[in-house]
Design a protein around this ligand. Structure first.
Ligand code: NOJ
Length: 577
């Protein structure tokens, strides 16, 4: 479709049939919906965002109630983490029914109301799709374990000879010994790469594939604009007794995309594929696979570089990643933190070791280090609650090539609560105001909350909340909102030609985008101290325009001299000479 046709934020509610998306036509013209490349995504968990009915659980109505807040922030796409019926042993990534809303969080009617509200505001919606595994509570697994003759038995991977079976390390190593657990009812072991209660689906089974496609169609018919595909890498790893691999994983991606686009020709597939950098291209399948991949390399390198005040990790990131290309198929979903551990595995070994100790927090038996690979800390913890640094990090995030994802709560500098188990530490409810006892999240008794509101421990730590920042000039929230607006006002970031601009101080990072004779220059000071930099900028001084940041600057002689405060940043644009 025409790149700009979707730029006005409107979209159709009725999409079934998807006109141009015939099997042959889906990819014929490069057929890529552009909207996701211009979008600013906000990731939230319904159950911890806002409780509208006072039962202690955030709910879909609560999200609807707070859309004005998201409008103020300026984001234009929501990514909802799993809200499906679930025993919540893995925060909802253990799905018991793919076609419903957990009744503690609302109903399908509420979901439809949310889609309508988002439509009215020109906002998009992406939901999480967990294709690698189900909960043991899912009806498929119940039937599979009860009857080996049932068609559902082959939805999963079993062995009666576990000693001879394929073994590999579990993804949650300190919680699980391996990838096989015994099921009393079936009298066999089943395969699971994640927790024991998340049996892997046998995705090589065509019947399973068909189920997964039709689940995607179900949500597209309800109006979602795309999916975050959970665990896309484990999905294609060897599975089961014989370490069986999908014969043609790209064929599966292609077929998923074909089915999805046949319902909604603007739908996007965003994959959580935390694979090695030289294997990432595979997931794009030459433009016929996933539209974008979460940038795990970027996440470890950018967040670490800002934390240690050095830009070398950014140089390395751009060296090892396939190039983001406005005309090509490789595209990143960038993020500073997410709802899991801050995974450092993509850093070089020495930097990983350094990050493990440098950013470690805890004591009294609490430790932020988890799974042997990351910290269960939020951005505000990594940067010692320094709002200047958090704001600068968001400015950089929003200026990098790729689609930026803001992690709910980071825009106000919420902290982790290490008293909570596992990754719950970084998933405490949104703090809307400073009120006791639930910070505006819920009217329920604190003991009834789905996850406790953080606000107790941490003496001396500023407890962020929305009310004290929204509309307050210079607050972290307003600075992040300014950066979101700057990004939405700068299509060059998603459409322009990216290049790194070399600068002298090792704490200052500069990059630019060129598009249609104009340049956009973005400069970020990782140091906490002021830095003056001179950077090449071939723009007519009279035409140079400030897009973001309050640094003093002077454009002259083909360059710009910028005086950046500690953690200062500056975006400038203008017509090239
Ligand atoms: C990735 C999700 O982000 C994480 O929270 C979950 O535990 C695993 N996938 C398993 O679904």
């Amino acid at each position: 479709m025409d790149a700009d046709a979707s730029g006005d934020g409107t979209r159709e509610r009725e999409r079934s049939g998807g006109g141009a998306s015939t099997a042959a036509g889906v990819f014929a013209d490069g057929g890529r919906p552009e909207w996701y490349r211009d979008a600013v995504v906000y990731s939230l968990d319904v159950k911890t965002f806002r409780d509208s009915d006072g039962d202690g659980w955030g709910d879909v109505r609560g999200v609807i109630d707070r859309l004005d807040y998201l409008d103020d922030l300026g984001v234009d796409c929501l990514w909802l983490r799993p809200f499906y019926p679930s025993p919540l042993r893995d925060n909802g990534y253990d799905v018991a029914d793919y076609r419903d809303v957990d009744d503690r969080l609302g109903s399908l009617d509420d979901f439809d109301a949310l889609v309508d509200e988002l439509d009215e505001r020109g906002m998009r919606l992406i939901t999480d799709l967990v294709l690698n595994h189900t909960s043991i509570d899912h009806e498929w697994f119940q039937r599979a374990r009860e009857d080996p003759e049932s068609e559902y038995h082959d939805y999963y991977l079993w062995t009666s000879h576990v000693e001879e079976a394929y073994h590999t390390e579990n993804i949650f190593p300190e919680f699980e010994d391996g990838v096989w657990s015994y099921d009393e009812t079936a009298g066999k072991h089943y395969f699971h790469q994640f927790y024991w209660h998340q049996p892997d689906l046998n995705v090589a089974n065509p019947a399973v594939q068909e189920e997964l496609f039709s689940i995607a169609e179900f949500w597209l018919d309800r109006g979602v604009d795309g999916f975050r595909i959970d665990a896309a890498h484990p999905m294609i790893l060897p599975k089961g007794h014989d370490a069986h691999r999908l014969e043609d994983p790209q064929g599966l991606f292609r077929e998923l995309k074909r089915r999805v686009r046949a319902v909604n020709d603007e739908a996007v597939l965003l994959a959580e594929a935390d694979d090695e950098p030289d294997r990432l291209d595979f997931y794009f399948a030459d433009g016929e696979g996933f539209d974008a991949l979460f940038n795990f390399v970027g996440n470890s390198h950018v967040t670490y570089g800002i934390g240690v005040e050095d830009v070398w990790p950014l140089y390395r990131m751009f060296e090892v990643l396939p190039e983001p290309d406005p005309d090509g198929h490789a595209w990143w979903a960038n993020f500073l933190r997410n709802h899991d551990e801050w995974n450092l595995l993509k850093l070089p070994h020495e930097a990983l070791e350094h990050a493990r100790e440098e950013f470690r927090q805890g004591g009294d038996g609490r430790d932020s280090w988890i799974f042997g690979r990351g910290h269960r800390l939020r951005l505000a913890d990594l940067y010692d609650g320094d709002h200047d640094r958090i704001a600068m990090a968001h400015s950089l995030l929003l200026s990098l090539p790729g689609t930026p994802i803001v992690n709910s709560g980071d825009e106000i500098g919420m902290h982790a609560d290490l008293d909570l188990p596992e990754r719950q530490a970084v998933r405490t409810p949104m703090r809307w105001d400073g009120s006791e006892p639930n910070a505006g999240f819920s009217e329920a008794d604190p003991g009834d909350l789905v996850i406790p509101v953080d606000g107790t421990g941490w003496p001396g730590v500023y407890q962020a909340d929305v009310a004290s920042q929204r509309g307050v000039e210079g607050s972290l929230f307003e600075r992040v909102a300014d950066a979101v607006r700057a990004r939405r006002d700068s299509p060059a970031v998603s459409r322009g030609e990216f290049s790194i601009v070399h600068t002298d101080p090792t704490e200052v990072w500069a990059h630019r985008f060129d598009r249609e004779g104009r340049a956009l220059l973005c400069v970020h000071n990782f140091s906490g101290e002021p830095r003056e930099v001179v950077v090449g900028f071939d723009v007519d001084p009279a035409d140079a325009e400030r897009v973001l940041g309050d640094a003093d600057y002077r454009v002259a002689d083909g360059g710009v001299t910028a005086s950046l405060d500690g953690c200062g940043y500056l975006w400038l644009r203008g017509e090239r000479r």
